[in-house]
Unconditional design. Sequence first.
Length: 172
Amino acid sequence: MLERNPLSSFAAHPRGCKKTTLQPVLALMFKNILVVCVGNICRSPTAEALLVSRLAPRGIAVASAGIHALEGKPMDATALEVLREHGGDHPDHQGRQLTREMLRQYDLILTMEQGHIQRITQLAPEARGKTFLLGKWQGNQEIPDPYRQQKPAFEHVYQLMAQGVESWSQKL
C-alpha cells in the first residue's frame, strides 16, 4: 500500500486549500527555529527577538547562532539600540557558534545570505531542505551585514528583517 501524504487531503478539497487551513499543520511541523548570520551579534539576534515576539505565543521556540560567531559577546550596541527603538529587546544575548548538532536539532533554519546557506550545506548537507533565507518571501532578498557601519545601515537592515519576520510569521 502506498503511503499517503498527510497534506494531500488539503489539496484535494473541492474548494481548494485555504492558507488558514494549512497554518496549524505548518505550526506543528516547525516547533523550533534557528536564525543564522556570521557573527551572531547583529542580524541573527535581532531577527531572533522579532520572531520570538511573534511566535512564542504559538509555542514555537527561536534561537540564533553564527557561522563565525563572536562567542560570548553581547549584541552589537547599535543593533540593540535599533531593536529597542522599535519596541523589542534582547539584553541577555551572547554570541553562539553554529554547530552541526544545532543544524540537526532545529526544524527550520533561516539565514541572511545565500552564502550562509552554502556554508550550512557544507557543514550538514542533510539540513539543506530546511534552510531558507529570512527574505524568502520577498523574492529571496538577502539581508546585508551592518556590522561596523553607521546607524542608518542598521535601521535599513532592521526593516528588511521585520519584513521577513512578518512574512514567515504569516506562513507558520
